[in-house]
Design a protein around this ligand. Sequence first.
Ligand code: HEC
Ligand code: HEC
Ligand code: HEC
Ligand code: HEC
Length: 491
Amino acid sequence: MKHVKYLMVLVVVGFALAACGDGDSSDTTTTAQATTTTQATTTTATMVEGDVVTGGLLYDKWWSVLELDAPADDNPLWASQTTNERSGADTWRCKECHGWDYKGSDGAYGSGSHATGFPGVFNAQSKSVDDLVAQLSGQTDPDHDFSVMGEGAMADLAAFIKEGLDDYTPMIDADKKAVGGDAEHGDELYDATCAACHGTDGTTLNFGSDEEPEYVGTIAIDNPWEFFHKVRAGQPGTQMPSAIASGWSLDDVLDVLTHAQTLPTEADSAAHLEEVVLGGLLYDKWWTVLELDAPADDNPLWASQTTNERSGADTWRCKECHGWDYKGSEGAYGSGSHFTGFPGIFDAQSKSVEDLVAQIEGEVDPDHDFSAFLGHDETHALAVFITEGLDDYTPLIDADKKAVGGDSAAGETQYASTCAACHGADGKTLNFGDDTEPEFVGTIAVDNPWEFFHKIRAGQPGTQMPSAIANGWSLEDVLNLLSFAQTLPSG
Ligand code: HEC
Ligand code: HEC
Ligand code: HEC
Ligand code: HEC
């Protein structure tokens, strides 16, 4: 732990400073003592120790660290520039004016949409803590007044400026590429420290939007200075660890940056496919996937139909109302014992992930609410499955449910290498039915080719059965498997 403390002495002439007003900042202590100047004026000297890591977090977004409301108006200094068109809270972030590299207009924010022309704080490292606090509390320039954050926080910022700044320039080339780092060591550090939250490929958390995702790899490539700052100080308001607090060297951070610049920036990564697959499995039978108790009562929507006579848990499966072909009453469940009259979700592919999550969490129809069982990660995965995982099986299945246009020989080869280990060469090793009415791979393939498509693509909930989506098999590969599986014994 490298918690460098700074002793700050605030001399306030003429009135006694309210002592100990720094409750917001952890790791700081305040003592107050009265002294007398030679001019016989009563002064109060307050000694505050600043915390470098907290200071780094405050520099990023101080109100989030201090759990204060974000400022609503523009910072008074903002009016003196016109090039940066942001407004409101953003104009109060130290980094917005002084940069992730601490060099203001002499650094990365010297051009582009963040340019303000404001100076950096890099050269202020040599200033005294008193001078820095005077700058932060508006005593130097009344428009540069951040005293709302309290003394302790200002002391933390002063400590960060004096001790926490580093010069990233020599480590980043003109193309923003990391220079001189050890990618292999960075990979090890990343897997041990970052992967738990961000995933091994950095795509578990999306800092952007669904349309414009931002992952660890995106920040590393687009804004290596921000990467340095955030990895060193941590991310305000989260449990993300701080490299400074963990005692990492600047070289360690450079190594992680070097590795992170090789991570994907596109959504089409393994982690993303895993999310699509998770959504597909949840669509099939979410409580098995999540190892929850199966719901006991009927889904509230169930009472609005009378044709499907199932009850209890079955009435909570997405597939029971929306179909294996995703087409609800317009598809295979348009007649027969599964008929409900409920619509499909196939046309919902064009909706936004946000709108779909809202639908699944009951915000559109309070009776269509799965949020008591599914967390946001799960409803999000379902939404991603709907926007990206659905396929139209109709043209591949004829009126007699026979596969159309598949290559059975190719399917046989794939079956032998990927399915036979569990299901046997004839598909009869596992019986999904019971002794009187056995169901084998051949049975499902012949009776319910839509279910076959869905399960082969997403996998079987609660089992090790592989997923075609996760493995990158095309829809045609699955069609080939179906063509072959329809030749297997069904009884
Ligand atoms: C709206 C833009 C803006 C924001 C936000 C801002 N500053 Fe400043 N800062 C300035 C400007 C402009 C100066 C130059 C002196 C002045 O006008 O006060 C300055 C000067 C400084 C200096 C003195 C630099 C030197 O070399 O003497 C320090 C230290 C400083 N700011 C720290 C901070 C910290 C810490 C924060 C966040 C709490 C912050 N600033 C937020 C614009 C800003
Ligand atoms: C305990 C969980 C956790 C760990 C461990 C963790 N992070 Fe984070 N990280 C987060 C969270 C939460 C966010 C904020 C996500 C958001 O804003 O949506 C974040 C944000 C980020 C950001 C982007 C910040 C932004 O707003 O643009 C980067 C880059 C990052 N982390 C890199 C790393 C690296 C590198 C490591 C390992 C050294 C790491 N993180 C370790 C939880 C973690
Ligand atoms: C009991 C039947 C039932 C179950 C189970 C069910 N839904 Fe629905 N769903 C409906 C009905 C009925 C609608 C039509 C709108 C409404 O009433 O909310 C609908 C609408 C939708 C829509 C909006 C479709 C569109 O075109 O806008 C989506 C998306 C959706 N459901 C997804 C799911 C998912 C995912 C699950 C599983 C977690 C699920 N549904 C489970 C009955 C059901
Ligand atoms: C690692 C073992 C494993 C592999 C490999 C495997 N499966 Fe499965 N599969 C299972 C298990 C377990 C079940 C569920 C059995 C049950 O519900 O009794 C299952 C279920 C099924 C079902 C029926 C689902 C139902 O509930 O009606 C079909 C169809 C199926 N598998 C086809 C395949 C095909 C085709 C392949 C090759 C692409 C394959 N499986 C590969 C283990 C596997």
